[in-house]
Design a protein around this ligand. Sequence first.
Ligand code: 7TS
Length: 420
Amino acid sequence: MSGSEHLVSPMISERPCDVHRLRADFPLLHRRVRGKALVYLDNAATSQKPLAVLDALDRYYRMENANIHRGLHYLSEVATKAYEDAREKIRRFIHATDVREIVFVRGATEGINLVAGTYGRKNVKAGDEVLISAMEHHSNIVPWQILCEEKNATLRIIPISDDGELIVEEFEKLISEKTKLVALAHVSNALGTVNPIKEMVAMAHARGVPVLIDGAQALPHLRVDVGELDCDFYVFSSHKMFGPTGIGVLYGKTKLLESMPPYQGGGDMIKSVTFEKTIYNDLPYKFEAGTPNIADGIGFGAAIDYLANLDWDAIQSYERELLLYATETVSNIKGIRIIGTAKEKAGVLSFVHESVHPHDIGTVLDQEGIAIRTGHHCAQPVMQRFNIPATARASFAFYNTREEVDALARGIQKVLEVFC
Ligand code: 7TS
């Protein structure tokens, strides 16, 4: 979208989403940086954490710390229950039917590598194809390249339009009997595009091809029902969902997970070991070798509790209006061009200026206490597609405000005073 068409009234006073009450839950949002009130607009990189998550981490280490799934003692039982409760909360949150479908991993990146390294290595053969899109994060490109190189298979790319939308007709043409897997972002981290994944999953399934969805940028903004989407795998990271770093989830359909070989070998992923033969553990433990990230799993559970208690209709409409307001405000600044103008967007405003490099924009904004990200956003093919070296990216969460958007616009004006 460019200019002011499609824009709704900037008034949001009747929104039931009380952003200032929500902000009170996030201590870091109230700090100052470089002598200014922090304006945190780098939520696509990582989000800030509510008190409930900080308290859960603190309580675990102060009161409950023990290894899980093994000790018979009290603390081990408490820690095991808290960790497994977190898994159940996540199952409910994404509407998976079976808790065995929730595999804890380090994050979206590890979830994708797990699928490439197990399902991929088992099922992709020489001459086969893996289908991804031109707007993927490197995490959803490189694991497939490694796989295709090893197997002598081919990576095929679904093109995107000038607005940053996937060209669905091209996708349909690219699926063939050679396609062994489709892997797609739900929401693009560089463009903000929300892809029509339900429709695309159905198209792939009609040809018998399973689909992995990279939901790293979707779950912080959208409610996801993996049953309704009918995707085969769905990966996401806690730290972008107001939870701790170092933990995330691979959701997979039971039948597929059961058919896959283990990812790593070690403790916890076995039922019995002899030098002759090892019997692997049941799902999801078959994929969880070694002592897991217990504290952050429990912290993720607290983040899910926090999210599950929000009024998501209000949050989604608040975020939509905030992004429209930011789009209108920033695109009205002389010389600015928005990169990523899809009809359906969430959370991300990427832009370039006709004469100022994004890094200079980011550096001057930082002096104003405004945190954005500049660069290629680990999506270099997107930059190549738009023939630009980098963008400046403001990315939003439900706790951002219109005042912060105004501060961003003032900051950009300042950049232009310095450089133009
Ligand atoms: N997929 C998408 C769409 C992402 O945006 C990211 C991280 C990942 C996968 C990887 O997630 P991780 O938690 O495993 O690292 N994106 C970004 C970003 O936009 N800025 O910093 C990280």
